[in-house]
Structures are given as C-alpha cells and as structure tokens.
Design a protein around this ligand. Structure first.
Ligand code: C2E
Ligand code: MG
Ligand code: MG
Ligand code: MG
Length: 288
C-alpha cells in the first residue's frame, strides 16, 4: 500500500512537471515571436535629484504586453530570454527604443537602460550603442547604462575593455543593485563607474534596522570618496527619502515619487511635473 501511494505521488509530480515543461516551451516559442510582433514596451520611472526632487531622467523598464497573459514583468521573462539566446535582439531593441524616446524629451533629461550581462558579453555593445545614438540623434551624455555586479565576475578584462569603449562614446555607466552581489571594493576601483545604485533591499530595511542605516551611510561615503553619484532605488516613504537625502545620496527613485510610467503617462507627467515639480513634503518621521 505504502508503495502504491508512493508511486501515486511520483506520478502526480510527473504530470505536474509535464505541465510546467509545456508551459515553459510555450513561453519560449512566444518569446521568440514577441519582438517581431511588437509586443515589448518600455515604461519609464523618474530618477529625481535629491537636492530639489526634480526629475533628472527616467529609467527604462521593459514589459511584455502579451495578447493573452497581459503585461508580463521582466522577472518572468528576462532569464528565459537569456537562456534561449533572444536577449541580444531584445537588448538591442531596448537601447534603440529608449534612445528614440529620450530624443523627444526635454534636453536636460537622461535615460537609463538596463543591460543584461548575457547581452553585454555576447555583443559588440559599444557598436550597438553608437548606432542607437546616431539613429536617434540623442546626445551620448544623456544615456546611462545600468549593469549589475554579476557581469564583472567572469571575464573582468574583457568587460573592462568594453566598458572603456562605451565610456569613450560619452555615455555614463551605473552599477545597479549594489550590495546584493559580490560588491568587492576592487570592482569599484577597477571599473569606470559613474554611479552606484543602492539596492532597494537596504532602503526597505532602513526604517526598522539600524545596521541597514549604517550600511547605507557607508555606501554613501564610499561613493563620495570615489566621486561617484549615489542613487537609492525603491524609495517608498517620506521617512526613507529624508534619511537618504541626509546621508547625501544624490538621486532618489521609487514609488514615493512615481511608479514606472507608460509612454502615455510619461507624456502627462512631463507636462504637469516637469517645469514646476514639487515633492517637498511636510513632517515625516526622522531617523538618526
Ligand atoms: P532594476 O533595474 O533594479 O529595477 C528596479 C525595479 O524595482 C523595477 O522592477 C521597478 O519597477 C521596481 N521599483 C521601482 N520603485 C520601487 C519601489 O519603490 N518599491 C519596490 N518594491 N519596487 C520598485 P521591474 O520593472 O519589475 O524590473 C525588475 C528588474 O528587471 C530590473 O531591476 C532589471 O534588473 C530588469 N529589467 C527591467 N527592464 C529591463 C530591460 O530593459 N533589460 C534588462 N536586461 N533587464 C531589465
Ligand atoms: Mg536598473
Ligand atoms: Mg536595481
Ligand atoms: Mg533589481
């Protein structure tokens, strides 16, 4: 009897796995077609200056507008796109699309684009960026590329050469999700980053956790020493914003200021907020 039960359970998992494998294969097929079908869209989340809460630019965040599944978030498809090798085409498209969009914004606003490590490794990324800038007419100083630490581990010399080529174009480079990976100080010294983006997990913890506040202070002063800008992502409350401003983060980003905006919402955001933006709030809880 026990044996029969065991087989039954095993059989159940087999069916379950078949279903997951089928679902996964379907996603893969659809993902290969999505670019041609024009199903990807970029949303744009404001990056605000910590001094005056004015937007200094927007981060482009990809979504897959699937005809049946609806808006699919990047966490659900970027890894699969990397595994099946379509991340190159998706990444190239994202860079071109973001540059085209930014070329229509007021001149002082920059656009930040996330680069997958797989895309970065597999392509002549400087050539892709150069072409996107030329096609859109966007000034290189208005494009920022966000990469994560995972990129720096495997072939540091090759990565350094590619980053140097990119920087020679006049674009800036940010280290995204800082603090979640290896975060070796030697990476920060070796690679020519202009900016550190502190991962949102530290920001989420700061209200309750004195250690998180100490870590944030240390990262901020490290950035100052290295003459890098410091952006804090995932800012959801006024209390967080005030603390981060006090420790001299230079840029803030998060739902407290704005969620990622569709292109339509972005247009009205620019109209209503750009000239006279004012987020300066009243009395929030203060942290020391
Ligand atoms: P990321 O670059 O670190 O982007 C920040 C993520 O945090 C975004 O999620 C954003 O919507 C979310 N976020 C912003 N403000 C807040 C907040 O106040 N609270 C919380 N809890 N979350 C906030 P999203 O858009 O789902 O993107 C997730 C990740 O997917 C990104 O992390 C990035 O690594 C990747 N990604 C997004 N777009 C692209 C892309 O075009 N290409 C590549 N290769 N990766 C992308
Ligand atoms: Mg990012
Ligand atoms: Mg991040
Ligand atoms: Mg992230």
């Amino acid at each position: 009897r026990a044996k029969a039960d065991g087989r039954g359970v095993y059989r159940f998992f087999e069916i379950q796995m078949d279903a997951e494998a089928r679902e996964r294969r379907m996603l893969e097929v659809e993902l290969r077609e999505a670019l041609k079908a024009g199903e990807f869209v970029l949303h744009y989340q404001p990056l605000v200056s910590a001094d005056d809460n004015k937007p200094s630019g927007f981060e482009a965040l990809i979504r897959w507008n699937h005809p049946i599944r609806g808006m699919v978030q990047p966490a659900e498809f970027i890894t699969i796109a990397e595994q099946i090798g379509v991340i190159r085409e998706i990444g190239d498209w994202t860079i071109r699309e973001a540059c085209m969009a930014a070329s229509r914004w007021p001149n002082e606003l920059l656009v930040a684009v996330n680069l997958s490590a797989k895309h970065f490794e597999a392509s002549d990324i400087a050539a892709v960026v150069r072409d996107a800038l030329a096609q859109s007419g966007l000034s290189p100083s208005r494009l920022e590329l966000e990469i994560t630490e995972s990129l720096l581990i495997e072939c540091p010399d090759e990565v350094l050469a590619k980053l140097t080529d990119l920087k020679a174009l006049g674009v800036t480079v940010a280290m995204d999700d800082f603090g979640t990976g290896y975060s070796s100080l030697s990476y920060l010294l070796k690679f020519p980053f202009d900016k550190i983006k502190i991962d949102k997990s530290f920001v989420a913890a700061l209200t309750e956790d004195a250690v998180a506040r100490d870590i944030l202070r240390s990262i901020a002063s490290l950035g100052k020493t290295l003459r890098m800008h410091i952006t804090a992502e995932g800012v959801e409350t006024q209390t967080q914003a005030e603390f981060l401003r006090k420790i001299a983060c230079t840029q803030l980003q998060g739902y407290y200021f704005a969620k990622p905006l569709s292109e339509l919402d972005l247009a009205s955001y620019l109209l209503t907020h750009f000239a006279t933006v004012s987020f300066t709030g009243g009395s929030g809880r203060r942290l020391t």
